[in-house]
Design a binder for this molecule. Structure first.
Ligand code: ADP
Length: 502
């Protein structure tokens, strides 16, 4: 009696445990008989399929499958019972289920066989993998999107290993280089750089691999048939989740941009050259005067010598002195010509590290004649110990000369003793400034916005190109040209240039 009780208790305990297990598990657990009818349907299955247990128990399990699968299901059970050859028993697989709403969904199904003395039943364990599939689908879509972005990016993209061997290339890079992908993959990315840039590119790659942040590398690449391209190559080191690393290279073909910048530079230089010729043309009378003076002196001394020789009284020391004077004057005239030739000779623009005070000195040599003729007093206040600037000296001279000539023009209506132009230099927050102060009344408020525009002039015979050319020269040097009124009732023009760090 006691034994029977214990057995019953054990059975009850087992059933309770089994029941608890069925309830607790989030997977759907479905038990069916060999006739396919559902015998047990746990809460997990209720959640997944949307049926209450009472709605499905006693019905054929095919109600939980799409129609085409359902029609074959009884056949599967029959075939298994006959042949014992498992198609799904003991093997998990992914199948499609059907919810109460009729919606089909992906699920993982594992089927086991329960053999008791009396009969065979099957237990199916179902896991809804809709979410997992969704995540996988989104990941696939993102991967495809990324592929599309890379394939359609208008810039060249490649990946390489840490020594630069190219692994993948996108169509833009293939088009840029003009060679088939097969001839790019496996080659070292540094091989595409022209010999003179090869080392620099290789060093950039090495620095990147060592962990440094590297700047965009501007270099020349050689494509099909030796075509040269100006490219900007941006290299990035990427770490894979499992720890290994690779390099992504983004390559922009800047050939057209570089060419158009080069054209702009050439045009700016031509314009500047024309500007210098014009300025010189305007200064022609003063220059002629400047050269005329030594020529007249030479002629006077020469005539005196001739007279002395003709009179027979020529003594050697007097003649030597006269020839000395002739030579001095010829040198003086030669210097004027040299200064002018330096100023207008057409040449490639070249920048040098210079002291702006030296430039001011050279410009004053050129402008002095003009100023003297216009009875303008030139004063300078040049700061000592200025940092240098990196400029094309002739172009900076041209800017200064323009500003000086404008100041002279502006002061012509004044009385002689009021015609004063002061040129000063100073350092201001990492920049070097040249300041031109005149007393000519300044620029009226309503025309200031047009001051630096081409062809703006208030002079009868003005061209209106001086300030515009000066502005573009200064801007091309990374500087600014500004106007303000000064406290002398005149104009102040400030040329501000970046200082070269010590
Ligand atoms: P242009 O000298 O041929 O007129 P610029 O471009 O050098 O051409 O100058 C444009 C105009 O700016 C001048 O016509 C004048 O009206 C004004 N301007 C330039 N410099 C001064 C100055 N120092 N004082 C007053 N006005 C000036």
């Amino acid at each position: 009696m006691l034994a029977a009780n214990t057995l019953e208790q054990k059975l009850l305990a087992l059933e309770a445990r089994y029941d608890g297990l069925l309830r607790a598990t989030v997977e759907g657990i479905i038990i069916i008989g060999t006739d396919g009818r559902i015998e047990s349907f746990n809460p997990g299955a209720e959640n997944i399929f949307g049926f209450r247990a009472a709605e499905v128990i006693g019905h054929n399990v095919s109600m939980l499958m799409p129609d085409d699968e359902a029609s074959r299901h009884d056949g599967y059970i029959g075939s298994y019972l006959r042949t014992r050859s498992p198609k799904i028993i003991g093997i998990g697989r992914e199948v499609i289920g059907r919810r109460r709403s009729g919606e089909h969904f992906p699920m993982e199904l594992a089927v086991g066989e329960i053999l008791t003395e009396q009969r065979i039943t099957f237990v199916g364990i179902v896991r809804d993998i809709t979410k997992r599939r969704e995540v996988q689908r989104m990941a696939r879509e993102r991967e495809q999107e990324l592929r599309l972005v890379i394939d359609n990016a208008p810039i060249g993209i490649f990946t390489s290993d840490l020594i630069g061997r190219i692994g993948t290339v996108n169509p833009a890079l293939i088009a840029m280089l003009g060679v088939p992908a097969a001839e790019i993959i496996g080659r070292n990315c540094t091989d595409f750089a022209v010999p003179q840039d090869h080392e620099r590119f290789a060093q950039t790659l090495q620095a990147l691999v060592r962990g440094a942040t590297v700047p965009v590398c501007e270099l020349q690449w050689r494509g099909r048939a030796g075509a040269l391209m100006n490219v900007a190559a941006h290299l990035v080191l990427v770490h894979r989740p499992e720890g290994s690393s690779f390099v992504i290279g983004l390559v922009v073909n800047q050939t057209e941009q570089v060419e158009s910048e080069e054209m702009t530079r050439q045009m700016r230089e031509q314009l500047a050259h024309v500007g210098r010729l014009t300025t010189l043309g305007e200064m022609a009378s003063a220059i002629a005067h400047e050269i005329n003076q030594p020529l007249t002196a030479i002629s006077t001394h020469a005539q005196a010598c001739r007279r002395l020789i003709a009179s027979g009284n020529a003594d050697l020391p007097t003649l030597a002195d006269a020839f000395e004077r002739i030579s001095d004057q010829a040198l003086r005239a030669g210097q004027v010509v040299k200064r002018i030739r330096n100023f207008v000779t057409k040449r490639e623009s070249s920048r040098e590290t210079v002291d702006v005070n030296d430039i001011v000195g050279q410009v004053l040599d050129l402008a002095e004649v003009d100023a003297r003729e216009a009875r303008v007093a030139l004063g300078t206040e040049l700061a000592g110990d200025l940092p240098c600037v990196f400029v094309d000296p002739v172009q900076l001279q041209q800017v200064c000369l323009n500003l000086i000539r404008n100041a002279i023009d502006a002061m012509l209506p004044l009385a002689d003793d009021q015609r004063v132009l002061e040129v000063s230099s100073r350092e201001a927050e990492g920049r070097v400034e040249l300041v031109f102060d005149d007393r000519g009344g300044g620029v009226p408020e309503h025309v200031r916005a047009e001051l630096f525009l081409p062809f703006f002039t208030t002079k009868e015979s003005g061209m209106g190109m001086g300030l515009s050319i000066s502005h573009s020269i200064v801007a091309a040097h990374g500087g600014t040209l500004r106007y303000s009124d000064n406290d002398k009732g005149g104009a102040r023009f400030i040329v501000s240039l970046p200082a070269v760090p010590e």
